[in-house]
Design a protein around this ligand. Structure first.
Ligand SMILES: [Zn+2]
Length: 303
């Protein structure tokens, strides 16, 4: 399933859409949640700069200027597009609202000039002056939801409970260590839950724990301040590498221009059961934790 790096790669591949006016929107089969607005009511709005929070993408939509004004440069986008720290969209009257997207288990977004007719797995489509944005999602656990703002329902409700962004520099090792205290759950599952730090999905949690030398079965509360700091750094390193590699393509992930990710080929332990550990030469093991596969090296990773 698309994890934070794949969603971030998708966001970066959609930058060319900013400033494009919506000409039409069409929905296919029902997705995880209803759109919450008549698709036709989005016609005439202008796309802002895509943002990401956790595995959600936000496409702000602005009221289009009058025809004369449209030649003028558009106002600066809300936030820098990397992350945002809390409510970021100025509700200055220009912002009509936006669309919150989730790729679910199998979703991907494409943005192309002439995409051809929609296929049976294409369930949302926005035609703009510059190209067609299309959500392809065979399993339909993905969604696109209209919200008047990020900090208002329904967006705010969907984003509630997410942990901090992994690259949020205001969150340090001491904060991470404090958050792990009192959690008896194995650290791998605490990372996956994403309520402390978002982004360490199954591939990246296994690899980050290997990088930090921590056994995935270790109760989170048993991780001291030093190891917590190492783990936070490892989560950041692994996610940054994955974004640089275009994400991971295990089944069918592609960015908005059809490029696949390459991280899975560089994974440290994920998907490598039975292979030799790159560090100690021991055999990488696969165990199940909470119905998810975990990969680790018993020689390098300590409780
Ligand atoms: Zn090893």
């Amino acid at each position: 399933m698309p994890e934070l790096p794949e969603v971030e790669v998708t966001r970066r591949s959609l930058v060319g859409m900013a400033g494009a006016r919506v000409l039409a929107m069409q929905m296919g089969k029902p997705l995880r949640w209803p759109l919450g607005v008549a698709p036709a009511s989005l016609v005439g709005l202008t796309a802002g700069t895509w943002q990401r929070r956790g595995k959600y993408l936000w496409l702000p939509l602005m009221q289009s200027d009058s025809p004369q004004d449209r030649a003028a440069p558009s106002p600066p986008p809300a936030g820098d597009g990397e992350t945002w720290g809390g409510p970021a969209l100025p509700r200055d009257g220009a912002s009509a609202g936006g669309l919150l997207w989730h790729l679910g288990m199998s979703g991907s977004l494409s943005f192309t000039e002439a995409p051809g007719p929609a296929g049976k797995h294409d369930h949302a489509e926005i035609t703009t002056e510059r190209g067609v944005l299309r959500l392809t999602d065979p399993r339909r656990f993905g969604a696109v939801v209209w919200s008047p703002a990020l900090d208002m329902a329904p967006a705010a409700k969907l984003l509630a409970g997410l942990g901090v962004e992994p690259f949020d520099t205001t969150f340090g090792p001491a904060d991470f260590h404090a958050a792990l205290r009192g959690r008896r759950t194995p650290i791998k599952q605490v990372l996956l839950a994403g309520d402390i730090v978002v982004g360490a999905g199954n591939i990246y949690a296994s690899d980050a724990l290997f990088e930090a030398g921590i056994d995935p079965r270790t109760p989170a509360a048993r991780i001291g301040p030093l190891r917590a700091g190492r783990l936070l750094a490892a989560v950041r390193q692994v996610l940054a590498e994955a974004i640089d590699a275009g994400g991971s393509t295990l089944r069918d992930f592609k960015d908005a221009h059809g490029s696949t990710g390459q991280y899975q080929g560089r994974a440290r332990v994920y998907g490598r059961a039975g292979e030799a550990c790159s560090r100690c030469g021991g055999i990488i093991q696969r165990i199940m934790q909470g119905q998810r596969a975990t990969y680790f090296c018993a020689g390098c990773q300590r409780r």
